[in-house]
Design a protein around this ligand. Structure first.
Ligand code: PMP
Length: 400
C-alpha cells in the first residue's frame, strides 16, 4: 500500500472508546502465525481452535437442503422460526416465548449484555473463562470482574469467592459448565451452594453457558434444573455448534424470562435480524433427529482425552488435571515454562509454535496465566504426532 494511503487512514480513523481495548484474539493471532509458518513449508499441527473435527451429520445437511428447496429462504422471524423455537422449548420444558434463536451462542451473549448493561455495571466471570466473555462485556460498556479459580480448586467458583465479589453494581454472573477452557463441570451440590448465595442478591442475574452440555464424561446438570428458584433471573445459553459439529452454521439460543428475551430480540432485530433460515432448519433436524451420534462422539472424545492427559503429564514441568467435559485440556505449564527459560505462558506458546510447529493457546487469553489450552478435537494421528513433538521439544530444551 502506498505510504500516503496509510497516512490518510491513520489520520482519519479513530476507534470508539467502547472498543478501544478490543484486540485481535490470541487464538486468531496463533492461527495467523501458523498460516505464515505453513506458507514457509513448515509442518504445523494446531491444537488451538475450539471446534469439533467431526463432520456435520448427513441428516442435518439434508434438512438444510430440503428447507432451501422448499423456499424457506425469506427473512425469518427475528427471534427464531416457530418450528425451531418450539423444539427448543419442548426439550427444555419452557414456552417458546422464553426462547430466542441467534446467530451462534456468541450472539446470544452479546444480545444479553447489550440489552442489560449500563456503563460500569459489573459482570463476574470465574477464570479461566471463554475469551470472548470479557470482550463482549467490555464492548457493552460493562466491567468484567475476573475471579481466579485455580487448578487446586478444580477451576471452579466457590460460594465464598462469589460472595466476596458481589457489589450493588453486579448485574451478571457468567458461569460456563462444561467449561471452555478447563473442562470443569459443576456438580449438583456445587450449583446448589452457588444458588444459595445468589438467592440473597436479587440484583445478580445468571448466565449459564451450557454449550458443551452433551460433551460430558461425568453427569451434567443444567443450572435451572438444580436451581429452578433462580430461573426468573437466569439465561441459559446453548447451541448446535459443539455437540452436532455445526460451528459454521451459526445457530445458538438463549432461554430466559420473557422480558429479557424480548429485550434481546430488540437488540438482535437491529443487528442481524433473525438467524439464517436454512441454518435454523438444519438445527431443527439436529435436535429432532437421531441423538445416538452424541454417544459415539462422547466415546471418541473420552478416549482422546485420556490419551492427551497421560501424554501431557509425562512431559517434564506439565501438570494436567483430567477434564470432565468439553474437548480441552488445560494443564499447568509453569514448571515447563521455567525449566525452558520463559517467564510467561505466551512466550512459551510462541516458542513452541516456532520451534516445534505446535499451536496451543496461552492461559492468559482465558484470564488464568501459567496454563495453556490444548483442544483434543483432533484425529488420533494428529494428537499422537503433536504430543510426541511437545514432549521431545520441551525435553531437549531442558537438557540443553
Ligand atoms: N460459549 C463457549 C463457552 C464457547 O466455547 C463458544 C465457542 N467457542 C461459544 C459460547 C460460542 O459458540 P457459537 O459457535 O454458538 O457462537
Amino acid at each position: 500500500m502506498p505510504e500516503t494511503e496509510v497516512q490518510a487512514g491513520a489520520a482519519g480513523f479513530r476507534r470508539a472508546s467502547r472498543i478501544a481495548s478490543l484486540e485481535i484474539s490470541e487464538i486468531v493471532q496463533l492461527a495467523e502465525r501458523s498460516a505464515v509458518l505453513r506458507a514457509e513449508g513448515r509442518d504445523v499441527i494446531s491444537f488451538a481452535t475450539g471446534e469439533p473435527d467431526f463432520p456435520t451429520p448427513q441428516h442435518v445437511v439434508e434438512g438444510a437442503h430440503a428447507a432451501a428447496l422448499a423456499g424457506k429462504t425469506r427473512y425469518p422471524a427475528t427471534v427464531g422460526t416457530p418450528e425451531l423455537r418450539a423444539a427448543i422449548a419442548k426439550i427444555n420444558g419452557v414456552t417458546p416465548k422464553e426462547v430466542i434463536v441467534s446467530t451462534g451462542a456468541k450472539q446470544v451473549l452479546a444480545n444479553a449484555m447489550l440489552a442489560t448493561l449500563e456503563p460500569g455495571d459489573e459482570v463476574i466471570m470465574p477464570a479461566p473463562y471463554w475469551t470472548s466473555y470479557s470482550d463482549i462485556v467490555s464492548m457493552a460498556e460493562g466491567r468484567p470482574v475476573v475471579v481466579p479459580c485455580p487448578m487446586t480448586e478444580g477451576f471452579k467458583l466457590s460460594p465464598a469467592a462469589l460472595e466476596a465479589q458481589i457489589t450493588p453494581r453486579t448485574r451478571w454472573l457468567m458461569l460456563n459448565s462444561p467449561s471452555n477452557p478447563s473442562g470443569a463441570i459443576y456438580g449438583r451440590q456445587e450449583i446448589k451452594a452457588l444458588a444459595e448465595v445468589l438467592a440473597r442478591y436479587p440484583n445478580v442475574w445468571i448466565v449459564a453457558d451450557e454449550i458443551y452440555e452433551h460433551l460430558n464424561f461425568v453427569p451434567f446438570h443444567s443450572f435451572t434444573a438444580v436451581a429452578p428458584e433462580l430461573s426468573e433471573r437466569t439465561l441459559i445459553v446453548n447451541g448446535v455448534s459443539k455437540a452436532y459439529s455445526m460451528t459454521g452454521w451459526r445457530i445458538g439460543w438463549g432461554i430466559g424470562p420473557t422480558e429479557l428475551i424480548k429485550a434481546m430480540g430488540a437488540v438482535q432485530g437491529q443487528i442481524t435480524s433473525g438467524a439464517c433460515s436454512i441454518a435454523q432448519a438444519a438445527a431443527l433436524a439436529a435436535l429432532t433427529g437421531d441423538q445416538a451420534l452424541l454417544d459415539d462422539r462422547r466415546a471418541t472424545l473420552l478416549a482422546r482425552r485420556d490419551k492427551v492427559v497421560s501424554a501431557l503429564n509425562a512431559v517434564p514441568g506439565i501438570e494436567c488435571p483430567v477434564p470432565d467435559g468439553a474437548f480441552y485440556a488445560f494443564p499447568n505449564i509453569e514448571g515447563a515454562m521455567a525449566a525452558c527459560g520463559f517467564s510467561s505462558d505466551a512466550e512459551f506458546c510462541a516458542w513452541l509454535l516456532d520451534e516445534a510447529g505446535i499451536a496451543i493457546v496461552p492461559g492468559r487469553a482465558f484470564g488464568l496465566p501459567g496454563h495453556a489450552r490444548l483442544s483434543f478435537a483432533y484425529s488420533d494421528k494428529e494428537l499422537d504426532a503433536g504430543l510426541a513433538r511437545i514432549s521431545a521439544t520441551v525435553s531437549s530444551r531442558i537438557a540443553q
